[in-house]
Design a protein around this ligand. Sequence first.
Ligand code: GUN
Length: 292
Amino acid sequence: MPAEVIDGKALAQRIRREVAAEVAELARRTGVIPGLTVILVGDDPASQVYVGSKQKASAAAGMNGTVLRLPAETPQVELLATIDRLNADPAVHGILVQLPLPRHIDERAVLERVAPRKDVDGFHPVNFGLLAQGAPRFVPCTPLGIRELLRDAQVETRGIHAVVLGRSQLVGKPMALLLLQKGPGGDATVTVCHTATRDPAALARQADLLIVAMGRPEQVTAEWVKPGAVVVDVGIHKRDGGRICGDVDFASVSQVASRITPVPGGVGPMTVAMLLRNTLQAARGAAPSASA
Ligand code: GUN
C-alpha cells in the first residue's frame, strides 16, 4: 500500500492562522506588534525567494516584517553594526540573518552577534546550548517544524529508532537534539549519519523514523527504507527541466514507507510557520506584561 502523504502545507496554514489570531490579541492587550527583521547580504537567488516568503508571511500574520538587503560586498564590521542597531531597537523582536553569507564574512561571528532573546533562528550558541541541555528557548525553525508535523500526524517517537541523515547546524544536529529531548516529540534513540559514515543506507534501513537532510537530490531510494517507516524529506532541489524534488526518491520510497512528507508542500512551509511562532514568542517576552 502506498504511503500516506503528510501535508505540511495544510498544517502550516493552520498554524499561521493561529499565530495571526495571537498577534492580534497581543496587540490588543499590550500594544506590541511583533517585529521581524530579515537581513539578506548579496543576491543569492534561492535566498531572495526564501526571504521574500518570510516577509510576506510575517506581514500576513499582522507583524511588522522588514527585509534589509545589503550588497554582497558589505564589510563584516558594517553587518555587525547593523545587527547591533537592531539588537537595541525595541520595535524589533526577531532578527534573522539569511544564510549562506558571502565568503568574506565569518558566519559564526555574525550569528553570535544577534541578541539571544531576538534570535528567532535559534542559531546563537546560547540557544543551541539550551537545546542541548534540554531547556530549549528558540529552536531552529526547520527541525521545530518537523517535530510539529510528526506530532500532528501522531507519530509516536518515544522509544523508536530515529535516523537523521545529515549533521548540519541548521537541520541535522538540532533535529537530533529535539528527538533526544525528554517528553512528547522526543524520547527517541537517535543515530546521526554524515559524509564519513560507513554504509549510511544500512543504518537508514534500521530506522522507524528517517529524517533526510543530506542536500543531495533523490539520494534516498526504497532500498534505504525499512517497510512501514516514516520518512521526512528536508531537501529541495530543481532538476533540469524545472521539476522540484527532495533528497528522497519519492516514487520508490512512497511504495515502502507508511508515511512520507512531499517536496514541495512538506517541511518547507512548516519552516516559515515556525519562524512566525518564534517571533511571536520573542515579542511576548518583550511585552510590558511579561517584564512587569
Ligand atoms: N538558509 C536556509 N535555511 C535557513 C534558515 O532556516 N535560516 C537562515 N537564517 N538561513 C537559512
